[in-house]
Design a protein around this ligand. Structure first.
Ligand SMILES: [Zn+2]
Length: 160
């Protein structure tokens, strides 16, 4: 999970036996919300007692980001992008087409960098947009996703 807000974790009760991999800071943030954005956790999403696997130590570098390797296939790493919540992370996933970087709520909708002004981004989604913008232009081979994508993204012809 990138983070545990209701609009990301609301489906967890549908998978009661799932192992939930999340940063330890995010788990603790959900237990003890402090910041106004952390009020978007809904305890009902966790009432079934998820099987948590918590991580807190970056153990490698992934294209310049501190990264935490997850112990399974496909290859996947948690990339700490704290700010939207105290424990928010991106998730890098390697599939047959290469790397996919799910930036969760650290990027504006549809990963469109100019969508909202920087001051609003800093307040709502954290400080990472400028860095991710520069990083994305240096790494066009990595596909970036935001946590909230408009339908047009899924409707687009992948050949375009
Ligand atoms: Zn969120």
């Amino acid at each position: 999970m990138t983070h545990l807000h209701f609009d990301h974790a609301g489906g967890l009760p549908d998978f009661p036996h799932a192992q939930v991999h999340v940063h330890r800071r995010e788990y603790e943030s959900m237990l003890r919300p402090r910041h106004p954005l952390e009020l978007a956790y809904d305890r009902a999403d966790f009432a079934h007692g998820p099987l948590w696997t918590l991580y807190d130590r970056p153990d490698e570098d992934w294209f310049g980001f501190e990264a935490i390797r997850l112990p399974f296939e496909p290859e996947m790493l948690l990339i700490p992008l704290f700010g939207h919540t105290r424990g928010h992370c991106g998730v890098a996933i390697r599939d047959d087409a290469g790397w996919l970087f799910q930036c969760g709520d650290a990027l504006p909708t549809n990963a469109e960098f100019e969508l909202t002004p920087n001051w609003l981004n800093r307040l709502a989604i954290g400080p990472h947009v400028p860095r991710l913008q520069g990083w994305a232009s240096d790494h066009p081979e990595v596909r970036l996703l935001a946590g909230h994508m408009r339908q047009s993204f899924f409707d687009a012809d992948p050949q375009d």
